[in-house]
Design a protein around this ligand. Structure first.
Ligand SMILES: Nc1ncnc2c1ncn2[C@@H]1O[C@H](COP(=O)(O)OP(=O)(O)O)[C@@H](O)[C@H]1O
Ligand SMILES: [Mg+2]
Length: 261
């Protein structure tokens, strides 16, 4: 199977404003390969560098060391081929309506109006927002804004979908529905997905493999677990519970070590 995303010995150093205390090394020797068509979930303690990894793959940040490649080419800049759903719901353009936000990339790429409208309708339907298409972000709940972001990312039909804790702000029921939707889209389209979450259960439910990061500074991949369970998955299954406990112990160990650093 071919490699879609490759981070090789990646370091990421952030300059600290004012120079006091020196720079902060978020990642050091971070190595990860994500296979084409794979659903990869990334877990790790808060502040360890999960979003930084995603921003490097998206092309918003450049590595300080090592290399970041997508389908064999070094990532140089953001591209419509990599759709991003950001952690913050502030990622929408506040001066554009829901449909203008979703159609933004299509407009930028000069997609013809008829095709643009068809893509728009399909994706608004997918995330359950057709009745809210004329609203502005400020008129939407947090969960609705996340759904607009998902529709916006999918509208460009990217080969790679990068999702940063996309369901953190959703109520349990909507979250469940969106998880099912994302699983369905993934299996129907064969997209390669990196999905960041805090929720171990969500990771096991969605992923082919789950990677756990070490705490920062100098975070890297601590453990990768293969989720070899048939889909659709059931949380009450013994193998699921065993995986849950194993991942939970790994994360717990990092979180406790962080308190003693
Ligand atoms: N642009 C930035 N400038 C300075 N420090 C940053 C920047 N982005 C992230 N960091 C720092 O890098 C570390 C990792 O951040 P982040 O990737 O957002 O973690 P996570 O998503 O796992 O919570 C944090 O300590 C954060 O403060
Ligand atoms: Mg983050």
């Amino acid at each position: 199977m071919s490699v879609a995303i490759e981070l090789a010995a990646v370091g990421k150093r952030f300059e600290r404003a004012g120079g006091a205390g020196g720079d902060y090394v978020a990642l050091d020797g971070f190595t990860l390969e994500v296979r084409e068509g794979e659903f990869f979930c990334l877990l790790g303690p808060t502040g360890c560098g999960k979003s930084t990894v995603l921003h490097l793959v998206a092309g918003f940040e450049r590595p300080s060391a090592g290399s970041v490649k997508v389908f064999g080419s070094a990532v140089a800049a953001p591209d419509a081929d990599r759709g991003v759903v950001f952690q913050t719901e502030q990622a929408l353009f506040p001066w554009l309506t829901v449909e203008e936000n979703v159609a933004f990339g299509l407009r930028m790429r000069g997609v013809a109006p008829a095709e643009r409208d068809a893509i728009l309708d399909r994706n608004l339907e997918l995330v359950g927002l057709p009745r809210h298409r004329a609203k502005f972000p400020r008129e939407l709940s947090g969960g609705m804004k996340q759904r607009v972001q998902i529709a916006r990312a999918l509208a460009n039909d990217p080969r790679i979908l990068l999702m940063d804790e996309p369901f953190g702000a959703l109520d349990a029921q909507t979250r469940r529905r969106m998880q099912e939707e994302v699983a369905r889209i993934w299996s129907a389209t064969g997209k390669t997905v990196i999905f960041i979450t805090h929720d171990i259960g969500e990771a096991i439910w969605l992923a082919d493999r789950v990677g756990v990061m070490t705490r920062g500074p100098g975070a890297r991949v601590k453990e990768i677990v293969e989720v070899d369970l048939p889909r659709p998955r059931h949380a009450m299954n013994a193998a699921y519970v065993e995986l849950y406990n194993r991942l939970s112990a790994t994360i717990q160990a990092e979180a406790e070590a962080m308190l003693n650093d």
